[in-house]
Design a protein around this ligand. Structure first.
Ligand code: AHM
Ligand code: MG
Length: 337
């Protein structure tokens, strides 16, 4: 049996390779590691204890919060606050950003944005869900309270981002701007071990992932691209195959390993789509670009968009570069005014 490197060992070993990683970023990632173990434990016994189902509370976006959404939010928030490396967080489950108002945290250099439990509709049915996180250096003066400008930074300025996938095994996948690395959790030992070093997405693939139930509402470019995916053509290995879990983390993770494209487009009813720029799209886009994939709103790189509000939504296209280029071609050719 081979012994793999632990996440902690890997971070220490690569410290000098990571442009932004000092001891504080390692401590921050270790808080995320700890919180994800706690959330993983609860998810694994979700059917046995009273933790599934709706909480009866709506978040600021009018969505019903699940009990596990709220539990995961508290666990990640408390773990990040306890380590003192973060001065504030913003979360899909919080109305406003949260300032960690204590002496240690005031002097911290980092802020974290997170979707503590993504894919909530899958919790109660034993289907993969995830945690997504995004880390920036604060831009407001150290020592003072965090400000909105700390959270509305352009995605290109992220210093680290990642996700935890609670799937058939639990994995933590992250980047600090120097490649994408994946660690698999061994529950018998309680540790994350390096299993996927320097992940790169295949240049093309056979999988398309989008909610086809929304077909009628899709923009014309997406409809045309979808038809292209379904046509027969030996030279381009079509038709492609449709795979959609409804958990962004799980859909992205599969496409990252196998090659594919994920699309959550805008519709006439939801002109900005569904997914949140700060908690979902920016961190996934950072990972995507680091793995050789593209991530756009159908036209422009996600990482170049200037956020204007915390819970902002954005159309999201990400995947293998050759598939993305074809999707962009259709989006541009059939752009509706
Ligand atoms: P959530 O953060 O409330 O769980 O919503 C985000 C999720 C994504 O994980 C997933 O890709 C998408 O919503 C699925 O939405 P839909 O059910 O409309 O296809
Ligand atoms: Mg989400």
């Amino acid at each position: 049996m081979s012994i793999h490197k632990t996440l902690g060992e890997f971070i220490v070993e690569k410290q000098s390779d990571f442009p932004h990683a000092k001891g504080e970023l390692s401590a921050l990632l270790s808080a995320i590691k700890l919180a994800s173990k706690i959330v993983n434990r609860e998810i694994n016994k979700a059917g046995l204890v009273d933790i599934t189902g709706a909480s009866g509370i709506e978040n600021i976006q009018g969505e019903q919060q699940q009990k596990l959404d709220m539990f995961a939010n508290e666990v990640f928030k408390n773990a990040l606050m306890a380590r003192g490396e973060v001065c504030g967080i913003a979360s899909e489950e919080e109305d406003n950003y949260v300032f960690f108002d204590n002496q240690t945290s005031r002097n911290a250099n980092y802020i974290v944005l997170m979707d503590p439990l993504d894919g909530s509709s899958n919790i109660d049915v034993n289907v993969s869900v995830g945690t997504i996180f995004s880390i920036y250096r604060r831009v407001s003066p150290v020592g003072g309270p965090v400000q909105m400008e700390d959270f509305l930074q352009v995605g290109r300025d992220q210093v680290a981002a990642g996700y935890v996938i609670y799937g058939s095994s639990t994995m933590l996948v992250f980047t600090t701007g120097n490649g994408v690395h994946g660690f698999t959790y061994d529950p018998s030992i309680g540790g994350f071990f390096l299993s996927h070093e320097s992940l790169t997405i295949p240049k093309t693939g056979k999988i398309y992932s989008l909610n086809e139930g929304n077909y009628i509402k899709f923009p014309l470019g997406v409809k045309k691209y979808l038809k292209y995916c379904q046509e027969e053509d030996e030279s381009t290995n079509r038709p492609y195959t449709s795979r959609y879990i409804g958990s962004l983390v799980a859909d992205f993770h599969r496409n990252l390993l196998k090659g594919g494209i994920y699309i959550y487009p805008q519709t006439a009813q939801a002109p900005s789509g569904k997914l949140r720029l700060l908690y979902e799209c920016n961190p996934i886009a950072f990972l995507a670009e680091q793995a050789g994939a593209l991530a756009t709103d159908g036209y422009n790189p996600i990482l170049d968009l200037k956020p204007t509000e915390l819970h902002q939504r954005v159309p999201f296209f990400t995947g293998s570069p050759e598939m993305m280029e074809t999707a962009h071609h259709f989006m541009t050719k059939f752009k509706e005014s």
